[in-house]
Design a protein. Structure first.
Length: 329
């Protein structure tokens, strides 16, 4: 079936797959190898089919999506993609998440592991046993999102390029809310016994380089790869004499990238409680659990009822190895 003969309707949003997956199944990308359309996915081929430009100075007005019932079907997917772009640009989970699990429902239990015995074992002695079992408490899944409150009449003459900027900001706001959930689980645990982070106290009233060394040293057998702090905590770190060497200064002033204390990636987040540093080994501390992708109220969007159209993402977090996260206060 050619991309310009596919019938687009609301049913593509109700197949049990995402709209993009359902469209790709009906119009596989492998059929376009060696053609001018190679490299475009099924949704992008539909934009080309109907001549809809969503970016650049020459982008179309929003009303272009509503010239027919078929083009209106593409509108929710355009919104989901723009929100996802903003979420991915602001996303910092890649520096703190060790594994991502996709689930279809909201009831999910992660696993825990515990090792007993010493390694190496003497001859004729048993090797250490690592017990992996399902946790008792469910992962707390939370929905984050925004309600798109704007009438179609108010937006129809605006360019899609401008509207995309607003949608990306929605994605960025969702990313910040999700990061706050991750920080909460790192600090307070995931609801299972013994998953709260160990606490290391600072040696004085303010953070010192000796405190950083003590924090780094508390991670055995893990490795401190990431540090999270609020604005005040980041200021204290950057003000340390040890963080003002010429190489670190040139990198920070030239690129805006924060210095890496003791090799750890430094992340500024308002979600970190004031006066605390959250340190972790991103390779084994946290599991991200996602219930689907970005969800939009496709019925309302297709029918131009933008006034109460919700855009959301449902996620949760679980501790993998509790000892891989430490809090300093």
């Amino acid at each position: 079936m050619a991309f310009d003969t596919i019938k687009l309707d609301k049913g593509l949003y109700a197949t049990g797959k995402s709209f993009a997956q359902a469209l790709e199944a009906a119009d596989p990308g492998e059929n376009y190898r060696g053609t001018a359309l190679e490299g475009l996915d099924a949704f992008e081929r539909q934009l080309k089919r109907f001549g809809i430009r969503v970016s650049g100075a020459g982008s179309d007005r929003i009303e272009k999506f509503f010239t027919s019932s078929q083009t209106a079907t593409l509108f929710p997917e355009y919104i989901a993609r723009a929100v996802r772009q903003g979420l991915e640009r602001a996303d910092q989970l890649g520096d703190i998440v060790a594994a991502t699990t996709l689930v279809e429902g909201l009831d999910y239990r992660s696993v825990s592991s515990d090792t007993t015995g010493d390694d190496p074992a003497d001859e004729a002695e048993s090797l250490p046993v690592t017990l992996v079992k399902t946790k008792g408490a469910l992962v707390n899944m939370r929905k984050h999102g925004r309600v798109l409150s704007a009438s179609y009449e108010a937006l129809r003459y605006h360019r899609l390029d401008l509207f995309t900027v607003a949608l990306r900001q929605i994605g960025a706001d969702i990313a910040k809310a999700i990061l706050a959930d991750a920080v909460d689980v790192l600090v307070n645990g995931d609801g299972n016994t013994g998953t709260a982070a160990d606490v290391v106290s600072m040696g004085g009233a303010s953070l010192s380089y000796d405190d950083l060394i003590a924090l780094w040293n508390s991670f055995d057998p893990f490795t401190m790869t990431t540090l999270l702090a609020d604005a005040g905590g980041v200021s204290e770190l950057l003000a340390m004499a040890e963080m003002r060497d010429s190489c670190a200064g040139l990198d920070f002033h030239g690129s805006g990238d924060l210095v890496t204390p003791l090799g750890a990636k430094l992340i500024k987040s308002a979600a970190v409680p004031a006066g605390q540093l959250v340190a972790l080994d991103r390779n084994c501390a946290l599991e991200l659990v996602k219930a689907g992708d970005i969800v939009t109220d496709y019925d309302k969007l297709i029918d131009r009822q933008l006034g109460r159209a919700a855009i959301s993402s449902t996620v949760g977090f679980a501790k993998i190895f509790p000892g891989a996260a430490v809090v300093m206060e």
